[in-house]
Write a protein that binds this ligand. Structure first.
Ligand SMILES: [Zn+2]
Length: 121
């Protein structure tokens, strides 16, 4: 979980909470997901809505964990998480589809600038 709080001096405090004892591939997935939230917060991302925000963060985690897809534990995790129902799985599939059509740089820019319509989101 990632929490942010604005300070009176204009600074932003960001805290990440990770569960202890997760299997390593799931820990990596979760850490990458939360890191993506930090990226969006620190970038001043303008996009709102759980589907796109959680989907973007899930896509970052998916890409990070999938890079070592020869590890059977990671292959299993990627397969499970990319097919799950709900906002995380649906968001991941939505963002992944946009990245395949428009590229990761364009999708990231569109999400940060609050113009997801530019990449069909
Ligand atoms: Zn999240």
């Amino acid at each position: 979980m990632t929490l942010s709080r604005n300070h009176a001096d204009g600074g932003v405090e960001i805290r990440i909470a990770l569960t202890v004892g997760l299997p390593l591939p799931l820990f990596e997935w979760t850490a990458a997901h939360e890191w993506a939230h930090v990226f969006l917060i620190s970038s001043g991302a303008q996009t709102r809505g759980d589907l796109l925000i959680e989907g973007f963060c899930e896509y970052v985690a998916y890409t990070y964990v999938k890079r070592e897809s020869r590890d059977p534990r990671k292959m299993w995790l990627v397969n499970e998480l990319e097919h799950r129902p709900g906002v995380y799985g649906s968001g991941l599939r939505l963002i992944r589809s946009a990245v395949r059509k428009h590229g990761s740089r364009s999708v990231t820019r569109a999400v940060v600038e609050g113009r997801p319509d530019r990449v069909g989101l």
